[in-house]
Design a protein around this ligand. Structure first.
Ligand code: TYD
Length: 675
């Protein structure tokens, strides 16, 4: 059953409430967009005046992000998030209400000036609302459902646009009908939409008011020295600049957005001058891009499965760039519609991955600043693209190129944009790749071939590594993290997790035991067979997350490579012992044996007492295994601080862990496993 998808996320009650508010606000945003631009055009008579007035509204909408974006993000981290949202919504309610009211009591000029000011203020307020909302989501749904939550957020943001358009049209019809009886509606046909819009924000405020947002208040240690806002903004920027990962993410998101923005800005010109079409062609292009974004956001995460998100982020931007390039080169309506669908789709995938990674990898107290920063940079990006591209295209114009080819400014700009987006994608990939050296193709092929059906409901994770790699620390941290999310967690180990296994373990590790390599391999396999039958399988069938300290790969590395029995032979043995049960994820903590052995206890056991070159072979054995099946392995150098190791594992696990099938009250009590 789908445990992490949007539907499961909506079962989280506080999130559902927040989501209602979000849907209302997004709807209000689009309705406000349509109503304010329409009103601007209505307040001026000349054609040029109308163009400037509506253009002015657009500029005033985007301006606050330029001036205040990062500031708002910093505030979102300092203020109580719930109150930030409630007050923002109330302010937007009042502002939207004021637009028609001022229009009624004052002249048209004053009305236009106030419209621009109010637009600016509404957007300013939204800047505070958004980071407060974004920063609240991870605490409400937990990391493994963050992707689903982000999908929902994006669906609300873009899905509400067509609904708002329909409602706007409907209200215009109603307003026209009322205009027959009431002069007011004849004189001000947009006002009804503005009133409805104001009401939307009032409802949103009431919804958020009843919410409880975890972690909203106690983010900052009261004893910590108070930072100035500018300092925390600078910190956000420095964090971005100093972390290749965050930098790659940001550059990529801006690139994907620019590709989409170029289509929005140039779509009308493109349809007319390149495709020789009209508004219908423009509508098709516009619609297919939004459809593409929706599809990318909705289906992308599922299609990607457990592929490393860091790895597919860059390539999805390359995809968007390639589609844009293709569109610029082929003057054909059908192909252009298909290309815009792809641009939207790839951009949507990149966007949902980007937001998810930011939410996962940026710590709670930085998150508001980060989202604030990202938010405003994206708006600036969009502003620059929409404001400059039509002028550049116009300046190039349509001219005769070498060899009699006709060169169209729109195509030139789109082509350049496409190529730039591809470069940006490659750059992001380079900075974020978490498995350098492994060709992306291999990953993708594995994803396509991979059989995803599992016969059990739980999730099986093995921690592997040489001596002293820090497995126990990570096991403890992971156990806590997963428990906090409501999973039944079974922590176990090999050898020796069962009563019989305990005796086998004594035999195996006692320095006094004289064991031939094959006997040793068989004893480990015997312990494993019993362990799987008694502990692992039953837990997985209950739906638990099983974390085991060592599993098959230890035998492959220690007996297969270390004792030189041959990895394949030992694999066959373990396969028989476990009836083919393989972990969903193997986390390999890679450590230099010299370092690792120095961390081991005073009295070495029989295996620890082996010579250094044995341990070197074991290490290489593990690395070879990981290299051959990286779909299932996560290799982490163990010399990093434990919390960094944990973050990497969490990121990967969030694509792997199955949701709890039942509430914990219905589950049998967990079996005590480790003696
Ligand atoms: P243990 O004390 O559990 O070691 P660690 O804390 O390093 O996990 O001892 C297990 C030892 O058994 C360890 O040295 C690795 C070895 N081993 C094998 O050689 N083959 C196997 O299949 C398994 C499971 C462990």
């Amino acid at each position: 059953m789908a445990g992490r998808g949007p539907r499961a996320v909506l079962r989280v009650r506080p999130f559902r409430r927040l989501y209602t508010a979000l849907v209302l606000s997004s709807f209000g945003d689009w309705l406000g967009f349509l109503a304010t631009t329409a009103l601007a055009a209505q307040l001026v008579d000349s054609f040029q005046g109308k163009a400037y007035a509506t253009g002015g509204v657009l500029v005033f909408r985007l301006l606050p992000a330029l001036l205040l974006g990062p500031l708002a993000g910093a505030f979102a981290d300092r203020w109580d998030r719930r109150w930030t949202m409630v007050v923002s919504d109330l302010l937007r309610f009042v502002l939207f209400l004021s637009i028609p009211v001022v229009g009624t009591v004052a002249g048209r000029d004053t009305a236009l000036v106030w419209l621009l000011i109010a637009t600016f203020l509404v957007e300013t307020v939204s800047l505070f609302w958004i980071p407060a909302k974004e920063a609240s989501v991870p605490n409400m749904v937990g990391p493994e459902r963050l992707e689903g939550a982000n999908q929902l957020t994006l669906i609300a943001t873009y899905g509400s646009a067509p609904i708002a358009a329909v409602v706007f049209a409907g209200l215009s019809v109603v307003s026209a009908a009322l205009g027959n009886g009431f002069d007011y509606f004849r004189a001000s046909p947009v006002d009804l939409a503005l009133y409805v819009n104001a009401a939307t924000f009032l409802f949103a405020a009431m919804t958020v008011y009843r919410l409880e947002i975890p972690g909203g208040r106690h983010l900052h240690d009261p004893d910590a020295p108070q930072q100035t806002l500018l300092a925390s903004m600078r910190e956000g920027l420095r964090f971005m600049g100093g972390t290749p990962f965050a930098r790659g993410l940001l550059v990529g998101m801006l690139g994907a957005l620019a590709a989409g923005g170029a289509i929005i800005a140039l779509g009308r010109l493109f349809a007319e001058s390149v495709l020789a079409g009209g508004n219908a062609a423009y509508g098709l292009l516009f619609g297919s891009m939004f459809l593409g974004i929706a599809l990318g956001v909705a289906l992308g995460p599922k299609a990607l499965g457990d592929l490393s998100r860091r790895r597919v982020f860059g390539p999805s931007i390359v995809g968007a760039g390639a589609a844009l390039t293709f569109m610029a080169l082929v003057p054909n309506l059908f192909l252009a519609v298909f290309a815009t669908l792809l641009v939207g789709g790839f951009a949507g995938v990149a966007y949902v991955i980007g937001i998810t990674l930011l939410g996962l990898e940026v710590s709670d107290e930085m998150r508001g600043r980060m989202f604030g920063l990202v938010q405003s940079l994206m708006r600036v990006d969009l502003l620059l693209v929409t404001a400059t591209t039509p002028f550049i295209a116009g300046a190039i114009g349509v001219r005769e190129g070498p060899g009699g080819i006709s060169i169209n400014g729109v195509s030139v700009v789109l082509l350049t944009g496409g190529v730039l987006a591809m470069l940006v994608g490659v750059l992001s990939f380079r900075q974020m790749d978490d498995r350098p050296g492994i060709p992306l193709r291999t990953d993708l092929l594995r994803r396509i071939r991979r059989r995803t059906e599992r016969s059990y409901a739980g999730t099986f994770v093995a921690l592997e590594g040489g001596e002293g790699a820090g497995k126990s620390t990570q096991l403890r941290l992971l156990e806590t993290w997963l428990r906090d999310q409501g999973h039944e967690v079974v922590v176990t180990r090999e050898p020796g997790a069962t009563a019989a296994g305990g005796r086998i373990r004594e035999l195996l590790l006692d320095p006094a035991s004289q064991l031939s390599p094959r006997a040793e391999a068989l004893l480990y396999a015997a312990d494993r067979a019993h362990h799987v039958a008694e502990v692992v399988r039953p837990a997985l069938e209950r739906g638990a997350v099983v974390l085991t300290d060592r599993y098959i790969d230890s035998s492959l590395a220690y007996q297969g490579a270390g004792r030189a029995l041959g990895v394949d032979e030992v694999a066959r043995l373990s396969q028989w012992a476990t009836e083919g049960l393989k972990p969903d994820l193997v986390v390999l903590l890679d450590v230099d044996p010299v370092v690792g052995l120095s961390r081991a206890g005073d009295v070495p056991d029989r295996i620890e007492a082996e010579a250094l070159d044995f341990h070197e072979r074991v290490r290489q054995g593990f690395l070879d295994l990981a290299g051959a099946d990286h779909d299932r392995y996560l290799v982490i150098p163990a010399d990093q601080p434990p919390d960094q190791v944990l973050a990497r594992v969490q990121e990967r696990l969030s694509g792997v862990v199955h949701q709890p099938r039942a509430t914990s009250a219905q589950l049998p009590p967990p079996v005590p496993v480790i003696p």
